[in-house]
Design a protein around this ligand. Structure first.
Ligand code: B12
Length: 533
């Protein structure tokens, strides 16, 4: 059973769009159904069902899964550890994977609540893991590429309650009710962490089975949302071709060459994508596609050809995507961008990151400010109906309040409709992470929320204040023009999205950020009323 536990919402998303269909689970579940027909596979996605912890526990007790699989953003580490503890107390084996757990495997395994951590792409790993868990031997686990697990000195894997090879594990197992911080000790020397060889990437993404949408409460995603009704999650590609220091995405789907991860992008074909969209729109009533690709426009032809195919099939569906500025400029010249927009692309997010070329280079991002400027100018001039959002990263060691102000100024000069200012977050897997940041309770990962705040490890109050002051007092003509343009041009949908985000940003700055700076409270995630229910 894949489980996404209850968790708080990002303050810039409304309740209807905070939770997208968990594509990773749907994709792995489909692969398991295809390859392991003797397993019963389920997905329990608690947040869209507004299912809190109390109901989740009841559900798990009733269904008694033999294996619970989970994967999460760092920010919900607390919830995953809580789920793992609960699952273990019910006798399930626990597997963790995804862009966070895969980079903190030793620490997670040492909590005693997780049996196996998967690294990188999951579909083939989970199938082999299913067989190995049945076999139950360390040799079987050892043969599965792309995982880490604990092995005792007698070479048995340390799984589940009954294993008595490792006394440290027994202590954990006997004390599930305790806080992890209380039960945690270093594993005894007889327990070693085994990391198996890297998992080779799937050669052809078209070989993936159709995601198991039928296992998800599809009608709940985007229900009641005005701007993203009938929200779907879909991927055209995996990986990225750049190597930005602060990002985990190119690493998560990277290729291992001589023990080193390299950037690598793979694409699905147009016929395959068209088929996915037909099923999502016709069978599941989806009306807005949220492309989850790290870089939707990496390929010069596929998105445009897909758009043309959608138009031919008369499938009208709104779309949002993370795109790169240099690819966007390329596609504007070839006409591909115009096709994409005609085909439904109405919201784009561009990672601008830094205020100047030198600092872009220093973080190994290969776009340049002139290209970014050109990209936003094209969007504003030729595609006024497309809502545009730019993201910036601040908080590098050499940053000063002036850097933050420069970023803020640039965000308005660039003619985008909204900007997000994301503090540099020491995500596991990036060079900014170090093991000292691990926290057995998961609590400190609440600050890995991509929100300006003063409680994050390494946060700098001078930078946070500079950002807040800029937001309150820097009313340049470019800023005023940006707001007016956002409201006047582009139609009702764009106006609604712009206004909603501006209102949420104002509330966050005035309430979350200011309060955080003045009182030391953590600014950020919003706990839904059903969280404990
Ligand atoms: C859709 C999305 C959202 C949506 C929906 C979130 C939701 N929880 O429903 C929105 C926009 C609301 C959102 C919000 C946030 N997100 Co978000 N989001 C994504 C996004 C774009 C897609 C995830 C996805 O479906 N990927 C496609 C699947 C197929 O890939 P995958 O998840 O990597 O899964 C594969 C493997 O990793 C592995 N795997 C994954 N899980 C597991 C589990 C097991 C058991 C196994 C074996 C394998 C395995 O196998 C899978 C198949 O091969 C990712 C970026 C990305 N492209 O992945 C960011 C991302 C996950 N988000 C991120 C963040 C930080 C956030 C926010 C905190 C801030 C923000 N707004 O960006 C909030 C928090 C939201 C919350 N309430 O918890 C970061 C997480 C970084 C980290 N290490 O913590 C990511 C990676 C983006 C980034 N820039 O780095 N997000």
């Amino acid at each position: 059973m894949f489980v996404r536990p209850p968790r708080p919402m990002w303050p810039f998303n409304g309740p209807a769009t905070s939770f997208w269909p968990p594509l990773a689970f749907a994709s792995m579940a489909a692969m398991l159904r295809r390859q392991c027909p003797d397993w019963r596979v389920e997905i329990l996605d608690a947040p869209p069902l507004e299912m809190g912890w109390h109901s989740l526990e009841r559900e798990l007790r009733a269904r008694r899964p033999s294996v619970v699989a989970m994967g999460e953003e760092a920010v919900s580490c607390v919830e995953c550890l809580r789920l793992a503890r609960l699952a273990k107390s019910l006798g399930a084996k626990v597997i963790a994977g995804g862009c966070f757990f895969g980079h903190v495997a030793p620490q997670v395994l040492k909590t005693g609540f997780v049996d196996v951590v998967a690294h990188g792409e999951g579909e083939n790993t989970i199938v082999e893991l299913a067989h190995a868990l049945r076999d139950g031997s360390a040799d079987a686990l050892n043969a599965v590429a792309g995982i880490s697990f604990l092995r005792s000195e007698r070479s048995a894997p340390v799984l589940g309650r009954s294993n008595s090879d490792c006394r440290w594990m027994e202590a954990c197992d006997a004390n599930h009710a305790l806080q992890p911080a209380v039960v945690l000790e270093q594993p005894r020397p007889e327990c070693e962490i085994v990391r198996t060889k890297p998992r080779p990437l799937l050669k052809n993404l078209d070989d993936l089975p159709m995601p198991a949408w039928d296992l998800l409460p599809m009608h709940r995603y985007g229900a009641g949302s005005r701007n993203h009704p009938g929200l779907a999650a879909i991927e055209a590609s995996r990986g990225c071709f750049d190597t930005c220091d602060f990002c985990v995405l190119w690493r998560q789907m990277g290729d291992f060459v001589s023990e080193q991860v390299r950037p690598y992008v793979r694409f699905k074909s147009v016929p395959r994508l068209l088929e996915e969209i037909k099923i999502q729109t016709r069978d599941f009533g989806r009306r807005h596609l949220g492309w989850v690709d790290p870089c939707f426009n990496a390929h010069p032809h596929i998105p445009a050809e897909l758009a043309e195919a959608l138009l031919r099939e008369n499938i009208l569906v709104g779309q949002s995507a993370w795109v790169r500025a240099d690819c966007l400029v390329r596609d504007a010249k070839s006409g591909a961008l115009a096709s994409m927009v005609r085909g439904g692309l109405n919201e784009v997010y561009v990672g601008v990151e830094r205020p100047d070329d030198e600092s872009l280079k220093s973080v190994h991002k290969t776009t340049t400010i002139p290209i970014v400027r050109e990209a936003f100018a094209i969007l504003a001039r030729d595609f006024p109906r497309v809502f545009t959002l730019g993201t910036f990263v601040y908080g590098f060691p050499t940053d000063t309040p002036e850097t933050v102000r420069a970023i803020f100024r640039l965000s308005h000069e660039l003619e985008m409709n909204h900007a997000f200012f994301i503090p540099l977050t020491p995500l596991p897997g990036t060079p900014f992470w170090h093991d000292g940041l691990w926290d057995d309770t998961g609590e400190s990962f609440r600050d890995f929320n991509f929100l300006p705040s003063a409680t994050r490890p390494g946060s700098r109050r001078d930078l946070e204040w500079a950002l807040l002051r800029a937001a309150a007092f820097h009313w340049t003509p470019a800023r005023i023009r940006t707001y007016l343009r956002g409201l006047r041009r582009g139609g009702a949908r764009k106006r609604r999205v712009t206004l909603r985000l501006a209102a949420r940003a104002t509330w966050f700055a005035a309430h979350g950020m200011l309060r955080g700076l003045l009182t030391g409270h953590r600014a950020g995630m919003v706990f839904p009323r059903w969280y404990e229910s």
